[in-house]
Design a protein around this ligand. Sequence first.
Ligand code: HEM
Length: 299
Amino acid sequence: MESKILEEVAFFMEVLESKKGRPVNIEINIREAVSNVICSIVFGKRFNYDDKVFQKLIKDLEEFLSNPFLPMVNWIPYLHYVSYIYDVFGTQKCINIVKDLKVQMANIIEEHKRTFDEDDLRDFIDAYLLEWQNHTRENKIQFSEDNLEGVVLDLFAAGTDTTSSGILWAIIFLVNNPDVQQEMRNELTENVGSNRQPLLTDRTNLPYCESVITETLRLGNIIPFSLPHTATEDYVINNYRIPKGSIVVPNMNATFHDENMFLDSNNFDPSRYLDENGKFNERRENVMPFSLGMFLCDI
Ligand code: HEM
């Protein structure tokens, strides 16, 4: 993953340099760069930023994910049937987008099947095909074309929008807080220098940079209500009964703005995670943008 990110950052920097200091809206390029890292890992290929098919893929994905009906259907699944009768919030278009995305994923998978070589695994799809091939008949039930299409689409969708929104939030916060920018720069200059890109192994030496990322994920609050889950048993929590089968929606927003934990919670303040020696304090553990429990996003 690290090598793919470093490679993509180099492409992204080329785009910025080509603008020669002129103002530029980098949103689309950031989305493309993030998506390219995921595409490289999942499909084994990156796209040029001006590739029309790629641009459409990202635009469609964004349109689908920003549809206000989507969280509503997630919370109240029966609303799904409404979309077949009334085209509320342009849901019909979203359904067509997903169909279209699935066709594109199916084509990519088909191409992989045609050129599959178990001695030369190129990406996630090849790894899946190998597992599928090697699995015993009893277990094969878990592997299917439909499942692979779903997983590939899930990775593409879940990874692109979240990460690019996080980076865009970071840029907004840094533009508005030049002192934080300067402190990050000082830490990077001191610990990494300016002759190479930062690596994952540098992470332990960059507590301030990591605090900036943590604070960005808290205040940027990319998935304010995480994803809904279903209670598998009856539960009682704080005297509230949660019957088996209820849809449970985690309110991440409330935890990110808990004033007991994050004083002046609307302020962007990375130093809140560091003690007087520059080491992380316990507040950092209370920022859980990737959710928690069995389904946490542990990428
Ligand atoms: C800043 C970046 C990201 C954030 C804040 C984030 C956050 C989350 C959260 C809160 C969930 C819900 C977990 C739950 O069900 O309790 C989730 C699920 C998921 N995430 Fe992430 N994520 C990020 C990046 C990524 C990336 C880069 C990938 C993959 C390339 C990814 C793949 C997934 C997948 C596959 C799921 C499960 C989706 C499903 O159940 O359909 N995420 N993520």
